[in-house]
Design a protein around this ligand. Structure first.
Ligand SMILES: Nc1ncnc2c1ncn2[C@@H]1O[C@H](COP(=O)(O)OP(=O)(O)OP(=O)(O)O)[C@@H](O)[C@H]1O
Length: 254
């Protein structure tokens, strides 16, 4: 059961528990440590933001938590499994079952239409063709692309491609959804719509973790993590505004 499936919990409702994460990169003769021992927990039902200056290690941390990059030291438990102890094929399998991504580069298949791109993700998780088509159409409609489902990525704007990537990530109802600058290419109204969908996704008991420079997204967040020079320097659990205040529309020029 994929759509609507609740995120499988690790200990005490944690979908991610990471401890002592270090990462070094070797360039030429030099080895540089860019994460210096990061501890982080992400709870089920939470939308978390990772913020901080350029080069502070946000994308590196996200890649490690998502199982795309191995830490040099420390461990990551994902949905209760010690991911960092698994061999690569088991990590790939865990990612396929539990994780969704939206990257700045979208990673869409250029030869497939928007509909086919979203369907492909569902088919890879074993959904029958008819179900995959219906769910893909529904998800594309939710991101406001109902009219554009037959277009290929090359026939869409950057913001429209970003929304296809969001539809594709949400379609498989991942326990953990990772996003890197998810709203960067979006106009205020689309940014608002996408964040509302991600908020709903977290409210189902999943978790959403987004790297961003956009302070407006804090209005949707439960947990804000600030990084600097390879360390987490501040973490805040926020109380979301109960009002229908709209941070995107507030900055829309009148
Ligand atoms: N594959 C790599 N090889 C060598 N150095 C790397 C590699 N990936 C990242 N780095 C370095 O690690 C540091 C952290 O990079 P990272 O991309 O995690 O930062 P960031 O906070 O996401 O930055 P931005 O906000 O600009 O995207 C930077 O100094 C970067 O140059």
């Amino acid at each position: 059961m994929m759509p609507g499936e609740r995120g499988q919990l690790g200990q005490a409702g944690l979908l991610i528990a990471a401890h002592g994460i270090k990462k070094s990169f070797v360039t030429g003769q030099a080895e540089t440590e860019v994460l210096h021992g990061v501890d982080l927990c992400i709870q089920s039902g939470h939308l978390a933001l990772v913020m901080g200056p350029s080069g502070s290690g946000k994308t590196t941390l996200l890649s490690i938590l998502a199982g795309l990059l191995r830490p040099s030291d420390g461990y990551v438990d994902l949905c209760g499994e010690r991911m960092t102890a698994l061999p690569p094929h088991r990590i790939a399998e865990l990612r396929r079952r539990r994780v969704g991504f939206v990257f700045q580069t979208y990673n869409l298949f250029p030869a497939l239409t928007a509909l086919e791109n979203v369907m492909a993700a569902l088919r890879m998780k074993g959904a029958p063709a008819g179900d995959a088509r219906a769910r893909a159409l529904h998800c594309l409609e939710r991101v406001g692309l109902a009219e554009l489902v037959a277009r290929r990525p090359g026939q869409l704007s950057g913001g429209q491609r970003q929304r296809v990537a969001v539809a594709r990530a949400l379609a498989t109802a991942p326990s953990l959804l990772f996003g890197d600058e998810i709203t960067a290419a979006l106009d205020p109204a689309s940014g608002h719509a996408v964040m509302r969908l991600l908020r709903e996704h977290a409210d189902l008991g999943h978790a959403v973790l987004i790297v961003t420079h956009d302070a407006r997204l804090k209005e949707y967040a439960d947990h804000v993590i600030e990084m600097q020079d390879g360390y987490i320097v501040r973490e805040r659990y926020t109380h979301r505004a109960e009002s229908d205040f709209d941070p995107f529309e507030r900055t829309t020029p009148s």
